[in-house]
Design a protein around this ligand. Structure first.
Ligand code: MG
Ligand code: MG
Length: 273
């Protein structure tokens, strides 16, 4: 399959779709706390996305039953929202998709529920950093393997496990386009990046073993050793040869009172929230 290039107009439409997801995650940021259920958060997200003249992107996709993939603690991704309350010290990966202007936005953040153990906090920090380490390599002259290599090297240097079975992907009018974007790889290998392509880069990083297990509900995936796993995802376009962020964690940071300039190198203009 060929990589689908987007025009600059299409990339602006995709930015709107990505920002619907960013605002949804920002709205959820102040709702994530001990005692809240993932099903409640899922309902909030569904209503919020609809209020933005957008459609929940995951609901019904491959028969997924909900708006959000909610994956606490040892769950890696694709967790199904349920009525179990979040507990102090949990982490919860929230992956959200929305369709706006006929294009998909797809991005994810792993939240802390109350006070989290220092080793888990570190896992979250390193996984998020690895996302930007990967994004830096998404540029003309590079290939898929350059992004994967950079993420893998950074992650394994910290002693963490890089999930192999699940990967990032091209994004557009469908949720999963070419190319696949693994979080591991070899420099100079794989498909060449081209101007106007859009990808979701999404490291999934385990505190312990890289190995995972699939559960009988057909969706839930956990670490094989039941140690925590983190997941961060951005939507990125290749513009003027360089990575340009379409999504933002800015709404989350605004809600949580976090100061960050991590996205600045990947934007032509400062994003006004
Ligand atoms: Mg996602
Ligand atoms: Mg994705």
């Amino acid at each position: 399959m060929a990589i689908i290039q987007k025009t600059s107009e299409e990339i602006e439409l995709m930015r709107e779709a990505a920002l619907v997801v960013s605002r949804t995650l920002g709205m959820l940021a102040s709702e994530v706390k001990p005692g809240v259920t993932t099903l409640y958060l899922d309902k909030l997200a569904e209503e919020y996305i609809q209020s933005q003249d957008a459609i929940p992107g995951f609901l019904g996709l491959y028969d997924f039953p909900n708006t959000l993939c909610m994956s606490p603690n040892e769950q890696v991704v694709h967790g199904i929202p349920n009525n179990t309350p979040l507990l102090e010290g949990d982490i919860i990966s929230i992956d959200c998709g929305a369709v706006k202007n006929g294009f998909y936005g797809d991005h994810a953040y792993t939240f802390e529920v109350g006070e989290v153990a220092p080793e888990v906090k570190k896992l979250l920090e390193v996984t998020k950093q690895s996302l930007y380490v990967g994004i830096e390599q998404f540029k003309i002259g590079n290939r898929v393997g350059d992004v994967g290599y950079a993420i893998q090297k950074f992650t394994e240097d910290h002693g963490y496990g890089v999930v192999r079975e699940l990967v990032g992907h091209g994004l557009g009018k469908t949720m999963h386009e070419d190319p696949e974007m693994p979080n591991y790889g070899r420099r100079g290998r794989g498909k060449k990046f081209i101007e106007g392509m859009v990808v979701a880069i999404e490291p999934m990083t385990n505190l312990g073993t890289k190995n995972i297990k699939h559960h009988s509900d057909g969706w839930t995936i956990t670490t094989r050793d039941n140690k925590p796993s983190a997941h961060f995802e951005h939507d990125v376009a290749l513009v003027d040869g360089k990575p340009e962020l379409l999504s933002t964690f800015g709404y989350i940071y605004q809600a949580l009172g976090i100061e960050s300039d991590e996205e600045l190198p990947f934007r032509k203009e400062v994003l006004v929230l």
